[in-house]
Design a protein around this ligand. Sequence first.
Ligand SMILES: Cc1ncc(COP(=O)(O)O)c(C=O)c1O
Length: 439
Amino acid sequence: MKNTPINQEVVSRKIKESGLPQVGTASIREIKKLINNIELETGDSYIRMEMGIPGLPPNAYGVKAQIEALERGVAALYPDIQGIPLVKNEISRFVKNFLDIEVNPEGCIPTVGSMQGGFAAFLMLSRIFKGRDTTLFIDPGFPVHKMQHKVMGLKFDSFDVYNYRGEKLREKLEEYFSKGNIHSVLYSNPNNPSWICFNDVELKIIGELANKYNIVVMEDLAYFAMDFRKDYSIPGQAPYQPSVAKYTDNYILFISSSKSFSYAGERIGMMVISDELYETKFDNLKQHYTSDGFGYTMVFGTLYPLSSGTSHSAQYGLYGILKAVNDGVFNFRDEVMVYGEKAKVMKKLFTDNGFDIVYDKDEDEPIADGFYFTFSYPGFDGVELLNELIYYGISAISLAITGSERTEGIRACTSLVKKEQFGDLENRLKKFHENHPIS
Ligand SMILES: Cc1ncc(COP(=O)(O)O)c(C=O)c1O
């Protein structure tokens, strides 16, 4: 083997000890553990791009409000399952201010991370129609959503949107929706892992077809306003974060506080159910719950047995953040823009050294610089590339585990990479390029 930046004997031994058949097919957490072990023994720091966790301090407004709430004694009290009125009102204001949509506070529900919102929604949506048993994922996507389906024994179908951008999305979606087995559709926007962002043409298509086929749209806004090409962060002022909510009333939004507000540790997110869906009655729900009302069943039939609501103090923390954001006192985009700045530099280091960006365009516009980007190297598939990059002190995950058909690709997360590491990244990529000349 060629000369590589990290001690080859140690890397090979640690891979062997890990019992993983291949690094390239391992899960995010398995890779994390392996790299920790290699770093410990070699003393070398990796360019760690495998995990999508925030790399910034927590939101100060949140921390302050949460501490004050704890000191007032809220930890002793069960919170309302549907959320405390203060936070519900502030979520409703938030969606008005930043999405330009009206939602009654009743349908604005804090959840244990947006992760729990997804779990609860999948469970209920699989039961709203007799005969319709499948969720459609517009991939690539967040692997844990599929894992949630698997643990609940729920069916899903998916397609990679890479070749179906713009107007082409209509025909593709219609192909699935017209089969009659789909009850709901899910995508993230901006997209984890590819960072593609649907534009209004695409969101309108999704909304129109949801209306035509009576399908619930789950829009996962885990990276709210983090398409940094536009500024969606001024309350009550256009441009607004693009959303399907403009084109259908049949939606659930998941808004995470983990990345946009650097609040992942408190496990608090927002589920926003449109007024119309909240009030809709589905006969089939009566097979499983005492009520047929969607919103009522979400709260008292689904979130109740799952966790009986969300941490009381974290709700105050979220309230503190949202109040500052809604009042225009705190601009959350300014805090997280650094991810985009890092992505810009990192992408250039990769492309200067023979790598390609896999998902590189939103139709004909270059993709935004943000939390994630995807890359490949000529002659390698994603799994082989990861197997090799580990010897160069670079870790990431393969796109193969995200439902992407671009199996040559790898997802890189910018959050944990420090600007001081750019020199190391450059040297390691140069070495890789030197050792693998492109013919
Ligand atoms: C697309 C997507 N959805 C949901 C989540 C989970 O968000 P939360 O931390 O709010 O549970 C993530 C986290 O990485 C994500 O990337």
